[in-house]
Design a protein around this ligand. Sequence first.
Ligand SMILES: O=C(O)C(=O)C[C@H](O)[C@@H](O)CO
Length: 254
Amino acid sequence: MKERTNTLKAALQQGRPSIGLWCSLASALTTEIMAGSGAGWLLIDGEHSPNDLRSVIAQLQVIAAFPCEGAVRLPSDDSVLIKQFMDAGARSLMIPNVKTAEQARAIVSAMSYAPEGVRGFSVGHRANQFGRIADYHRNARANQLLAVQIECETGVANAREIAAVEGVDVLFVGPGDMSTNMNAMGNPNAGHVQQAIAAVHEAAVAAGKASGILAPVKADADRYLRDGFTMVAVGADLGLLARGSDNLVASFSA
Ligand SMILES: O=C(O)C(=O)C[C@H](O)[C@@H](O)CO
């Protein structure tokens, strides 16, 4: 058996944009609904959502039925979590709040087997189809994707060094944390925040890497895509369901 090609990584390496959706409901059912949307990738959020290993596995399983890459955001850069979630089949990782190149190198090391890194070895797990993918351990890095989140001014200042780290594929802006950390909570379109976001994109491009962002407002997403961001999440299950139900009920109110 061969590992399925990471089509998200292939698209980003070729400079092609890929539209994604955020999955925050920790539900295999709602994630399965989102996977059928035609999105190129889904982000299973383990930072701000009640996801755990089992709920992430269930969501990766349903996504596998679609031409869509399941990316997983871990709650931190903890190497033990990276090992556990990668063994569970999470091969496209998003790590929040990355501030330095040293931190990025440690994350890449945690994703890599020796001699390149320190990922713990297990002969069989969901990631290698329980031992059925021949040479998984030797070839695993080829299909892995690492999106590091730049979410504060320190990360912006170090963005070029972070982007240059081998193994980092995407600089992904967290607009909510970025604006909050820049004293513009709830306003990622503030001028100084937009300058910081542009600097992150420029740092990624300078290193030949991709840039990404979550932009649930269409006008913002269109602008970022025009500006050259290629890993762009354009909505979230939580927002679609909450706002959609609110607006539907309100439409019948007297
Ligand atoms: O900082 C951000 O914005 C993100 O990283 C995305 C949010 O965490 C996501 O949960 C949507 O609110």
